[in-house]
Write a protein that binds this ligand. Structure first.
Ligand SMILES: Cc1ncc(COP(=O)(O)O)c(C=O)c1O
Length: 434
């Protein structure tokens, strides 16, 4: 039995089956966009630990900042005896958040917690209870986050009942025939059929659906949502957990639309691999809950805050927003070129370096191919590339290349994707001109 197989067996015996596992690959060491497993095999990482490593594995600046903080102290609890790194990071995030209004922040530990806290804050501010989210969206695995998530299997199946007064509207996806107007009409229907707007506390949306399939909310739709929320006094919550920190070519994806959110979530790439999440929002809304209503024992860990400060420095010094655009353009050009000879690639889309291909049968958007998607993830790993699948129909490959990856690594990974797709579909040879 190989070292990976041995660990896989022990894993299966030790963990509950509900804890998913994409690959039987056990990592021993990782740097930037590369990982090595316990058998010494090298992998190119196009998944970034699910969007956490925009600055790569163990960026030297992040590593140094964490080492320095570890030398000082690791925990006091931000709610007991606070510390400067947390204050400094909150100040920076308040400045970076889109829009001109004065902002305030809170730190929590996970993305789901950030989502939960947005709803708490929105309810405290408005005195209302209803929340509207979007079909196919993903907001986390805790109870309110799960209720907001618009995908039953595997996230909600067997776990109900969920918190009341959560409604879903369709996300506008032109590729699947859902227009902006369709989505806006559906919101009006919710106001007619289910709940009056005066009782809706918040509308929550991902500017690019992450787990749901990398569908990009059109700027006009986000602008229309802003208008609708202003009209009815509803808090607009934007979930930037997967889209934030230069991934889409801007610090936050919402900047592409010019919309200012009332509240936004941040997590994942915020702290380069250390557990940290935040809610940042308009100061008067953030201040609605009373002292002690928000927080958590590990919320704003000094180690994670030190990492977060280093991440922000790296994004700026290494121009990672620009780099995201270049990586996105390179990948989309190569994948569109490959798609000419591979009919299974139904769509290639991106916002910056948030890049996806949708795999279908015979170029039919309504004939998803989840089996091919699964096979591609497996075959790519056998050839030394880690990629992630996603999508309401499990037929989308999402590429989350560390923004610090070299051109050579990007080309190498793309080459493996195209080679695997050709092999698996028996398609004609398609060149990768990345
Ligand atoms: C958009 C979005 N919101 C919320 C979450 C939940 O974050 P976490 O897994 O840190 O709780 C995720 C995680 O994938 C996400 O992509």
């Amino acid at each position: 039995m190989s070292a990976n197989q041995d660990l896989q067996k022990r894993r299966d015996d030790a963990f509950a089956r509900g804890l998913g596992n994409q690959l039987p690959v056990y990592i021993e060491r990782a740097r930037n966009a590369e990982m090595w497993d316990v058998e010494g095999r090298r992998y190119v990482d196009f998944g970034s630990g699910i969007a956490v490593l925009n600055t790569g594995h163990l960026h030297p600046k992040v590593q140094a900042a964490v080492a320095k903080q570890l030398d000082a102290f690791s925990h006091t609890c931000l709610m007991v005896t606070p510390y400067a790194v947390a204050v400094e990071l909150a100040e920076k995030l308040n400045k970076l958040a889109p829009g001109p209004s004065p902002k305030k922040a809170i730190f929590v530990t996970t993305g789901a917690e950030a989502v939960e806290n947005c709803i708490k804050i929105a309810r405290a501010h408005t005195g209302r209870s209803g929340v509207i989210a979007f079909g196919g969206g993903f907001h986390g695995r805790t109870f309110m986050a799960m209720a907001l998530t618009g995908k039953v299997a595997p996230y909600k199946a067997a776990f109900g009942p969920f918190p009341a007064e959560v409604y879903h509207a369709p996300f506008p996806i032109a590729y699947h025939g859902v227009s902006i107007q369709d989505s806006l009409d559906a919101l009006e229907h919710i106001f007619k059929y289910d709940i009056e707007p005066a009782r809706v506390a918040a509308i929550i949306i991902e500017p690019v659906m992450g787990e749901g399939g990398f569908y990009i909310a059109p700027p006009e739709f986000l602008q229309a949502l802003r208008k609708l929320c202003d009209q009815h006094g509803i808090v607009l919550v934007v979930d930037e957990i997967q889209t934030g920190f230069a991934r889409t070519g801007r610090m936050f994806a919402l900047e592409h639309s010019g919309v200012e959110p009332d509240l936004m979530t941040m997590a994942k790439s915020l702290a380069g691999g250390f557990p940290l999440a935040a809610v940042v929002g308009k100061a008067h809304i953030m201040d609605a809950p009373g002292p002690g209503g928000l927080g958590g024992t590990y919320a704003g860990s000094p180690i994670a805050c030190a990492a977060g400060l280093a991440v922000l420095e790296v994004i700026e010094q290494e121009n990672l927003c620009d780099r995201a655009k270049v990586i996105g353009e390179t990948m989309v050009a190569a994948l569109r070129d490959a798609a000419k000879g591979i009919p299974a690639i139904g769509d290639v889309r991106n916002l910056g370096a948030m890049v996806a291909i949708e795999l279908v049968k015979n170029r039919d958007p309504h004939a998803p191919d989840p089996d091919l998607t699964k096979a591609l993830v497996k075959r790519a790993a056998e050839k030394g590339l880690v990629i992630l699948s996603c999508g309401l129909y499990a037929n989308v490959i999402r590429f989350l290349v560390p923004l610090t990856a070299s051109d050579a690594i990007v080309r190498e990974g793309l080459g493996i994707v195209v080679e695997c797709l050709r092999e698996l579909t028996g398609s004609v040879k398609a060149a990768v001109n990345a």
